[in-house]
Design a protein around this ligand. Sequence first.
Ligand code: ADE
Ligand code: ZN
Ligand code: ZN
Length: 270
Amino acid sequence: WGEDGHVIVCKIAQARLSDAAAKAVKKLLPESANNDLSSKCSWADHVRFIYPWSSALHFADTPDSVCSYNNKRDCKDQKTGIKGRCVVGAITNYTNQLLDYGSAIKPKYNLTQALYFLSHFMGDIHQPLHCGFVSDKGGNEITVHWYTRKQNLHHVWDVSIIETELERFYDSELGEFIDAIQQNITKVWAKEVEEWENCSLDNIACPSIYASESSVDACKWAYKDASEGSTLKDDYFLSRFPIVNLRLAQGGVRLAATLNRIFDNDTKLA
Ligand code: ADE
Ligand code: ZN
Ligand code: ZN
């Protein structure tokens, strides 16, 4: 996602934190963030170039047209081939680092950065084209027109759909957009939300599930009717924006559930 997508995910998440998790997040954030997690949720994009190793951690692409995610096959740095270096591995890694929070021994890692990375990657993994195809770099190499503007398909899903929705339906007020998604979470999706939060017994985070959903949605919604050179307008926008809203909601709900599991667990071993 772009800046707005990450703000939406993190605002939804922070509003759902347990007392223990809210307290931990507040302590990990710097004073300058004013206890607003969303102000740090694009930090991982800003350090992509000063931490080149982090670049591969934003996505997990799959072979063309398989439309499913296989962790063993797909989680690697596409440039170096190093296994585990993808958004799924990153979520597991930063979740594990954060489990050190509050332990008696001094943490080995910078837990503030771990929180920023986890919050960002939990958003990214829900963007269908972050689990797109290797061959077109998750839609980055597919040129389309978004209405009249030349754009790549990845950017359409990171930014344009959200931007168009904001302008058309919410008078460009991000807060109104977030309110609307939160209303859906408590009213329309109330029953599903429990399933979104669930993660098999003993697991603190379930990133392979989220990546699998994204790879299915990439085929079903993102790539469909969006071949090289096509023009995307109302029929594409109106059928896809509900998917974007759902993925943003799931990202926020699951980020909160994961942080709650990390920080609620006061029986953790040191
Ligand atoms: N670079 C290669 N694949 C990518 C993807 N799915 N998302 C963002 N950047 C990428
Ligand atoms: Zn992206
Ligand atoms: Zn990213």
